[in-house]
Design a binder for this molecule. Sequence first.
Ligand code: SF4
Ligand code: SF4
Length: 275
Amino acid sequence: MTALDQAFRAAGAAAWGGVAYDRLTPEMTREDQEKVRAQCPQPRTVLVAAFPYYAGDRPGNLSLYARGEDYHRALARRLNTVCDFLSRQYPMESFLPAADNSPLPEREAARLAGLGKVGRHGLLILPPYGSFLFLGTILTGAALALPEREAAPACEDCGRCAAACPVGALGPGGADRERCLSQLTQQKRLTDEEAALVAAHPYVWGCDLCQRACPYNHHAARSPLPEFREDLIDRLTPADLDGLSNRSFQSKYGTRAFAWRGPGPLRRNLELQQE
Ligand code: SF4
Ligand code: SF4
């Protein structure tokens, strides 16, 4: 095991890999490439790591990813320990962590780095954790020695995820984000048609239906990471949000991934589902 393997393992990553930055640019817009260069003028390497979050089959009305601590915070903290290690090894280089908040195509980085498989539901699959994974990246101008692996293969395409999707968002070409309930539950405004879809949905935030249908998730291993298996909020009720201003909502729920839009979409979704 290399010292970098040990650093990622100590940070709680279930797997990690890396890819030369140039291999990602075909998947990136010019604008995203400019944003990357604003952060790192000569990007050479993108490291990518997977962090499991499954905490067991618990009833609730929040997507499983959103029940623990906000993964942006938790992964930044964990990736920073790897960045600190790398900074000691390469004191002249910078190492920039990110989780779902950078212009880098994380899923494509994980695919090219050979982590797990890529599911038709659009997510990385890494047994025994299934697809209940957060991806984090570290961008650097250093040319690091990387594990040599084949790009991740596609899943067996059994079609169960597409059949389970109530809005037909998973076609042969991948997921249609505009139709996806995960997206709709977070939108500030909904058309009448979208509101009807949210009203019939079992979650007030996010959607796990395609993931739950996937055979790789049927006996998923639980996350060893305390942020994602302790102090969970499984369900929100109207009473939880009653009387909260934006500020008091943030003070109560600001460390949660479902809080970034404020209380408005959650209140609306709860109301729609009670009608
Ligand atoms: S998250 Fe829900 S709405 Fe989105 S593709 Fe999966 S099943 Fe369909
Ligand atoms: S349900 Fe089947 S098609 Fe969908 S991601 Fe899982 S293995 Fe692939």
